[in-house]
Design a binder for this molecule. Structure first.
Ligand code: AMP
Length: 416
């Protein structure tokens, strides 16, 4: 079932949203992107004449009630965004009466699901090496099913619009779907957009396809790099990862970030790229610094010949130019991870050059997907968000999807 096909008139929908919004010390929302992201789905349900039961997690309360993570803090903001006074259920597992009383056009928000350990389904107070761990895990899985069944009992249909947690097999993201038949469970509109975005870079590729992988460590990106190896034409590798590749090939990297235990892996990646006919491009020159600080002394040098007392902090001017050219020729673009220590303005030039090149390519008709944390922050900082095709809302979930993994939250609905 798709949400567009479904008529919510007279139905109660339980909707898993990602309202894990950042709050300041006074409990005020500092970024409402996630609330705004869910609005199309919620408005579709209300416009059809349905009622909504909202469920989400916030923070990591680890299975215990903790006022700091109470979703009551965002009820007013959600009411304002939706234009409907949202009711609140202070115990998500005891909301039967409030759910039953809900009328068409009304919205009820459940308290933080993670106040119950059943949501995540991990046994509490027992270590993995305890002989009784397996038994405790089995018992918790059973309790998780009961918890999911309770949530399901509130509604006629289930909508999952929380891409940020789609890679988790939690009660509200996956298990709850077992209690609805195929005609009464569906992805939300935000989730559909995320799935389409991933599909555009993994299956529906317009060539040339250029992926830009940056960030700090190759070890955390290896799954993605391997999966992309059979898909991309150009693979640009930049950021802190660069220096593991340089050292693996015998280069001098000074004090640059390096994962010595991954040198073999770096050589494997280079060999695989060659075997697959992928144009793997590393940054040939770097902006290096004498300290990890914005006001450090800097110079530009070859990325494989860095003075002993210096460290690579950003891609150099030649690399900026070369990367921008490749990006501008591309028809499909994926960017994950900054090209340098972009948090310091003096080392953000590489990431800026990449972001602007992506915006120019997009204006010429390329499909561009930006995702996975820091590259999103970079695009937003440059006010280029509306000049790229899609910015993913899911950090870990997007990365796992691009690794080619099946996400439990999607599989639970689509049965894949
Ligand atoms: P990741 O979470 O792996 O995408 O890494 C993002 C982080 O990588 C950011 O905080 C950047 O500051 C950092 N980073 C990028 N380039 C470098 C570099 N050359 N040296 C050290 N850290 C870097």
């Amino acid at each position: 079932m798709t949400i567009e096909q479904y008529n919510f008139s007279g139905k109660k929908a339980i909707v898993r949203v990602d309202f894990n919004t950042p709050l300041d010390e006074n409990g005020h929302i500092t970024d409402d992107t996630r609330i705004r992201g869910a609005l199309p789905t919620l408005k579709k349900i209300l416009n059809d004449g349905g009622a909504i039961i909202l469920m989400s997690h916030m923070g990591k309360p680890k299975g215990k009630v903790n006022a700091k993570y109470s979703l009551s803090q965002i009820v007013d903001a959600v009411s304002e965004a939706l234009g409907v006074k949202v009711q609140f259920a202070p115990d998500c597992a005891k909301a039967q009466d409030q759910a039953a009383a809900l009328k068409q056009g009304e919205v009820l928000m459940l308290e933080n699901l993670r106040f119950y350990p059943e949501e995540e389904g991990k046994p509490v107070g027992i270590e993995k090496d305890d002989p009784k761990y397996d038994e405790a895990k089995k018992e918790m899985k059973q309790r998780q099913k009961e918890f999911a069944k309770t949530l399901a009992s509130y509604a006629d249909c289930y909508v999952n619009d929380a891409f940020g947690t789609a890679h988790r097999k939690h009660a509200s993201t996956a298990v709850v779907a077992d209690y609805f038949d195929n005609d009464n469970k569906m992805l939300g509109l935000l989730m559909e957009k995320e799935v389409e975005a991933v599909n555009n870079v993994l299956n529906n590729i317009k060539r040339p396809f250029t992926a830009i992988m940056g960030g700090s460590k190759v070890s955390t990106k290896i799954g993605i790099i391997e999966n992309l190896m059979t898909k991309v034409d150009n693979l640009i590798i930049c950021g802190g990862m660069t220096y593991t590749f340089m050292k693996a090939q015998g280069g001098k990297i000074g004090q640059s970030l390096c994962e010595d235990e991954q040198l073999g892996l770096a050589l494997d990646i280079l060999a695989k790229a060659k075997a697959n006919g992928v144009n793997l491009v590393l940054c040939s020159d770097s902006v290096v610094a004498d300290r990890f600080a914005n006001d450090a002394e800097t110079m530009v040098c070859p990325s494989n010949d860095i003075p002993d007392n210096m460290m690579g902090m950003d891609i150099g001017p030649d690399s900026r130019k070369k990367f921008a050219e490749l990006i501008e020729e591309a028809k499909t673009i994926l960017w994950n991870g900054p090209a340098g220590v972009f948090e310091f303005d003096n080392f953000a030039h590489g990431s800026n050059a990449i972001a602007h090149a992506i915006a120019r390519a997009t204006a010429k008709g390329a499909y561009s997907l930006i995702g996975g944390g820091d590259s999103v922050a970079c695009i937003n900082k440059l006010n280029l968000a509306d000049q790229v095709s899609y910015i993913s809302t899911g950090g870990g979930a997007l990365l796992e999807a691009i690794e080619g993994k099946v996400l439990p939250g999607i599989a639970a609905i689509k049965g894949e």
